[in-house]
Write a protein that binds this ligand. Structure first.
Ligand SMILES: [Zn+2]
Ligand SMILES: [Zn+2]
Length: 267
C-alpha cells in the first residue's frame, strides 16, 4: 500500500472550473444585475458564472483539498514516511477497513463548508462535496473494486431532527460505472455525536454495537466503500467495517470528505 497525493491540484482546479455554471441566459443576466448573487461562504457578490462560491473561496477550498495522506488511515503524511503501507500514526493501530480515500483535511474553508452543510442546512453543497469525493476516489487504488457505496447511517431520531443524512447526500453525487448505493447498514442504537466526545476511548465505546445490517442484505462476497463526511477517530469506520465483514463482505474501504484530528491518536 503506497501513498499518492489526495487530489492533483491542477486537475482539481480544472474540475472545479467545470463545476461552475458557464451558461447564463440574457434574462438571468438582468436578474443578476438587479439581485446580484453572493458567495455562499463569505457573502461577497459573485456573478452567476462563479456558481456558489467566489474565486477566493474556491482557492481556499483547493488548499484544504490537496496534500499527501496515508492510504491506510487517511492522516497527513509525506509519501516518504510510509513503512510497509503504514504511517507513524497507524503503525500500531488495528484497522478493520482496508483502505481510505479522502478529499482533504478538516480545517479552514473545508471545515466551515462541512459545518454549514451539516448544521446550517446548506444541502446544496452536496454537489461540491460529491465532486471532491469523486476526485479523491479517482486517486484511490480501490475504485474499480467497489460493488456498493454504503453511506454511514444516522439513527432515525437524528435523521428526523436534521431532515437528511449528509453522508447519503454526498453518496448520491458519486459517479461509478458499476457500484450502487446500498442502505442496508443501519444504526440500531442512538449515539452521541463523535465530535462531542473528547477521548478516543470514549468514541470507540460510543459506537460499539451501534450498527447492524438488514435481514435481506446483499453484502456477502461484495466489496464495500463506506462514505462519510468526516473521520474523527477510526471508531465509526472500524465499527461499520466489522459489522459489514461479519455479514460476509470481502473488503471494506472508506471515502471521507475530510479527516479531522491530525495529531496522534489511538482509536
Ligand atoms: Zn467567498
Ligand atoms: Zn496511517
Amino acid at each position: 500500500m503506497g501513498i499518492i497525493p489526495a487530489v492533483d491540484a491542477i486537475n482539481l482546479k480544472f474540475l472545479l472550473d467545470k463545476l461552475k455554471n458557464k451558461s447564463v441566459s440574457a434574462s438571468k443576466q438582468v436578474v443578476n444585475l438587479l439581485f446580484p448573487s453572493v458567495c455562499d461562504n463569505c457573502l461577497k457578490p459573485i456573478s452567476e458564472n462563479d456558481g456558489v462560491f467566489c474565486d477566493d473561496c474556491w482557492s481556499q477550498l483547493l488548499e484544504c483539498a490537496g496534500g499527501d495522506y496515508c492510504r491506510r488511515c487517511g492522516k497527513d503524511v509525506s509519501r516518504y514516511a510510509i513503512i510497509e503501507g503504514r504511517c507513524g500514526h497507524c503503525q500500531s493501530q488495528n484497522l478493520s477497513f482496508d483502505g481510505i480515500a479522502r478529499a482533504g483535511k478538516y480545517e479552514k474553508t473545508l471545515k466551515k463548508l462541512l459545518l454549514k452543510f451539516k448544521f446550517g442546512d446548506k444541502t446544496k453543497f452536496r454537489k461540491t462535496f460529491g465532486f471532491l469525493g469523486n476526485s479523491a476516489l479517482e486517486g484511490s487504488d480501490f475504485r474499480d473494486d467497489i460493488d456498493y457505496f454504503v453511506p454511514v447511517p444516522l439513527h432515525w431520531r437524528r435523521r428526523l431532527f436534521r431532515g437528511f443524512n449528509q453522508s447519503l447526500l454526498i453518496t448520491k453525487k458519486l459517479t461509478h460505472p458499476k457500484a450502487k448505493i446500498n442502505n442496508d447498514l443501519v444504526r440500531c442504537r442512538y449515539t452521541m455525536p463523535q465530535v462531542a466526545l473528547d477521548s478516543a476511548a470514549a468514541r470507540k465505546k460510543n459506537v460499539e454495537g451501534a450498527f447492524a445490517v438488514r435481514i435481506d442484505h446483499e453484502f456477502e462476497n461484495k466489496n464495500i466503500c463506506l462514505v462519510d463526511d468526516i473521520k474523527t477517530t477510526n471508531a465509526t469506520l472500524n465499527e461499520c467495517s466489522q459489522t459489514l465483514k461479519q455479514a460476509g463482505a470481502l473488503k471494506v474501504y472508506a471515502l471521507v470528505i475530510a479527516v479531522a484530528d491530525q495529531k496522534d491518536q489511538q482509536w
